[in-house]
Write a protein that binds this ligand. Sequence first.
Ligand code: CA2
Length: 162
Amino acid sequence: MATRSRRPAPQPRRILVLHGPNLNLVGKREPAVYGNETLADIEARLGELADELGVKVETFQSNSEGALVDRIQSARGQMDGILINPAAYTHTSIALRDALLATDLPVVEVHLSNVHHREEFRNRSLIAPVAAGQILGFGGESYLLGLRALVALLRKPLSNRR
Ligand code: CA2
């Protein structure tokens, strides 16, 4: 009898979720701007959605630009995409932007608040030009929408990702 060659099961997509400075305070301070949900609450919801979508998420928060750059660098070849809320580094960090570009991974940028309703200095993102897209203004839901968008992008053939 002919033996059938078995294809290995596809591995789940691996998504790195990064949170920038002060996001560890969300849900504990300034609820009028950032809501009552803590980062742990948001990560729990992300974990549930990841199970539903059949992907794996790994999360990392740091207040340090260098630690974020190191984590982004180590994602190259290890992860399939990056979901990032760069927080205040959104508006200032060429280092984060360069690191994201160097990973060659698709990036989705998310924000809890609608930065365009706020101070003018928050209107500019140095990250947006290296991201596939941005989702902002929906509180913790921005992360969930961002994860859905990133997974949808990863399911497209490479030639069709823009
Ligand atoms: O809206 C967002 O998600 C932001 O990325 C949050 C950043 C802010 O600098 C960006 O412009 C927009 C701030 C992170 C949280 O900072 C807190 C500061 C005090 C109390 C609670 C949170």
